[in-house]
Design a protein around this ligand. Structure first.
Ligand SMILES: Cc1ncc(COP(=O)(O)O)c(C=O)c1O
Length: 487
C-alpha cells in the first residue's frame, strides 16, 4: 500500500466504497471479528519465538562478523534495486499472513542484500523519523520552505512573523517546534476546542483573520487525528476548506489515530485526510510497533529533497553505480539512521495489513465496551470524563466510597483529583496493573485515569472487569491506609 492509496482510502468515491464493502465481508458480525482477533492472539507465542530465531539467523548469516577469520568473506550481496525488488517479495498484502519459515526466509534475504528503504510510494513522498514530534517538525519545515524557499539559505530575517495554528488539545510538540524552528511560541496560536476535544472551525477562522489584521502571516494549520488525552479527531474536511480559502498548509498530526487507516469499520474517522498536505503517523502507538516508529508523509512531490538536501559529496556521492534515487538519506534531518522502515514492513508483511485492521477495529470496539462497563458501574463510583470517545482513549474518575453522595465543592474536587495519582502509586508498588492518569488544565479539570487501547495487548471482556475491580480495590485500600483520606 503506498501513501496515496492510504490517503485516498478515506476518500468516499464509488470504487472505494465497493472496496470497503468487500473488505467488510471479511467479518460480518462482532463474533467474526472476535474469532479473527483470537486467531491472531493464539499465534502470538509463535511470534515471540521468531525473536530467538532471528538471533540464530543473524549468527548464521554472519551478520555480526566478529571472528577475524570471517572478515574476508562476503557478507552483503549487492543487487541493483530493480533486481532486488524481483528477488524479495516486498509487497504487503491485506490478508496474506506469512508462516514462520516464510518470515525467516525474508529476514535472511534482507540480511543478505541489506537494503535500507522499503516503502514503495508511487506518488507523494515520505520518510521515517525518530518520533512524532520530529515528524510534525518536518511538516512545518516543508510548509515554510514551500512559502519562502529562500529561507533555506537566507534565514527568516526581515520577514513578518510566520504563524501556525493548532488546537488547544493538540500535542505540545507543535509549540516546541515553533520554538526550535525559530517561529517563536507566541506565533503558535491555540485554537479553542468543542466539548469532544475537536478544533473549533469558527475559532480557527476568526484567529486567522485576527493574525492577518495584525500584520503577521498565517502559513500552517495542524489538525489532529487522535488527540493525546481524549483521542479526538478534528474535522479534516472543514479544516481543509479553511486552509484552501487562506492558502495555508494543512498538516495532520495523526501520530495516535493514523493507524485507523487500517480499520474496516472506523476508517471514516480519517475522512478528509487526503486533503492534507502532510501527516505524521506513529505505528509505535496504536499498532504496537516497537519504539520508535514514526512516519512523515507528504503529498507534495519533490519538496522533501528540495527542502532538505544539501550537496554533501563526501557522503551523498552522485556518481554511484546504481540508481541514487534509492538513497533517501539526504531528505532527512538526520545523518546516521537505523533501517526504521524494516520493522513496520516486517510486521505488515508477516500478518498482512488486514490483521491490523481487525485488531484496530477490535481495540475500538473493546474501548466502547469499556465505556459501557464504566456507565454500568456508575453507582460503584466510576464517572466518565466524556460520555463518548471517538478513538480508543477512555478517560474516567473513580470516586471512593467516602466521597460519594457529598456536595461536590472545590475541596471535594481537589480530593477526587488526588485519587488517580495515589492509586497509580499503589499500582506501581503492587505491580498488578499499569494505567496512566492526567489532568486537562484548560478545562479546569484535575487528574483522571486515561486508558488507551491498542492492538497489543489484546484485552478481552473479563480483563476489563479485572481492571475496574483492581482500581476499586486499590483506591479503597489507599483510603483505609491513610487516616486523612488521600493526602
Ligand atoms: C497526538 C500526538 N502527537 C505527537 C506525539 C509525539 O510523538 P513522539 O513521542 O513520537 O515524539 C504524541 C505523543 O504522545 C501524540 O500523542
Amino acid at each position: 500500500m503506498n501513501s496515496d492509496q492510504i490517503c485516498n482510502q478515506s476518500n468516499g468515491n464509488e470504487q472505494q466504497q465497493q472496496q470497503q464493502q468487500q473488505q467488510q465481508q471479511m467479518y460480518n458480525s462482532p463474533t467474526d471479528l472476535i474469532n479473527s482477533v483470537d486467531s491472531i492472539r493464539l499465534k502470538l507465542t509463535d511470534d515471540w519465538k521468531l525473536l530467538s530465531s532471528i538471533y540464530d539467523l543473524l549468527v548464521d548469516e554472519k551478520a555480526f562478523c566478529t571472528a577475524s577469520h570471517e572478515w574476508n568473506e562476503k557478507i552483503v550481496q549487492f543487487e541493483q534495486p530493480k533486481e532486488l525488488k524481483k528477488l524479495i517479495d516486498l509487497k504487503i498484502d491485506e490478508n496474506k499472513s506469512l508462516t514462520m519459515p516464510e518470515i525467516e526466509k525474508i529476514c535472511r534475504q534482507i540480511i543478505k542484500y541489506s537494503i535500507s528503504e522499503l516503502c514503495g510510494y508511487v506518488h507523494g513522498d515520505g520518510i521515517f523519523s525518530p518520533g512524532g514530534s520530529i515528524s510534525n517538525m518536518y511538516g512545518l519545515v516543508l510548509a515554510r520552505y514551500r512559502r519562502h524557499p529562500n529561507i533555506k539559505t537566507g534565514g527568516m530575517f526581515g520577514l513578518p512573523p510566520l504563524v501556525l495554528f493548532t488546537s488547544q488539545e493538540s500535542h505540545y510538540s507543535l509549540k516546541k517546534a515553533a520554538h526550535w524552528l525559530g517561529f517563536g511560541m507566541n506565533n503558535c496560536i491555540e485554537v479553542a476546542t468543542n466539548e469532544r476535544g475537536q478544533m473549533s472551525i469558527e475559532d480557527l477562522e476568526s484567529k486567522i483573520l485576527d493574525i492577518k489584521a495584525e500584520g503577521r502571516v498565517p502559513f500552517f494549520v495542524n489538525a489532529t487525528a487522535g488527540t493525546t488525552v481524549l483521542g479526538a479527531f478534528d474535522d479534516f474536511e472543514k479544516v481543509a476548506n479553511i486552509c484552501e480559502k487562506y492558502n495555508l498548509w494543512l498538516h495532520v498530526d495523526a501520530c495516535l489515530g493514523g493507524s485507523a487507516l487500517f480499520c474496516y469499520k472506523y476508517r471514516q474517522l480519517l475522512k478528509g485526510l487526503h486533503r492534507s498536505n502532510s501527516f505524521s503517523w506513529n505505528p509505535h502507538k496504536s499498532m504496537g510497533a516497537p519504539l520508535q516508529c514514526s512516519l512523515f508523509i507528504t503529498r507534495e512531490l519533490e519538496l522533501l529533497p528540495q527542502c532538505n538536501s544539501l550537496a554533501v559529496d563526501y557522503l551523498f556521492q552522485q556518481d554511484k553505480f546504481y540508481d541514487i534515487s534509492y538513497d533517501t538519506g539526504n531528505k532527512s534531518i538526520q545523518c546516521g539512521r537505523k533501517v526504521d522502515a524494516f520493522k513496520l514492513w516486517l510486521m505488515l508483511k508477516a500478518r498482512g495489513y488486514g490483521s491490523f485492521g481487525h485488531l484496530l477495529d477490535y481495540a475500538l470496539d473493546i474501548s466502547k465496551i469499556f465505556v459501557n462497563k464504566l456507565k454500568q458501574r456508575k453507582d460503584h463510583g466510576f464517572r466518565l470524563v466524556l460520555d463518548e470517545f471517538q478513538y480508543t482513549n477512555v478517560c474516567f474518575w473513580y470516586i471512593p466510597k467516602h466521597l460519594r453522595n457529598l456536595e461536590e465543592t472545590e475541596e471535594w474536587n481537589n480530593q477526587l483529583y488526588e485519587v488517580a495519582p495515589k492509586v497509580k502509586e499503589l499500582m506501581i508498588r503492587e505491580g498488578t496493573l499499569m494505567l496512566g492518569y492526567c489532568p486537562l488544565q484548560y478545562r479546569n479539570v484535575g487528574n483522571f485515569f486515561r486508558m488507551v487501547f491498542t492492538c497489543f495487548p489484546i484485552i478481552n471482556d473479563s480483563e476489563l472487569d479485572f481492571i475496574l475491580d483492581e482500581i476499586e480495590r486499590l483506591a479503597e485500600q489507599c483510603h483505609k491506609h491513610t487516616s486523612n483520606g488521600f493526602v
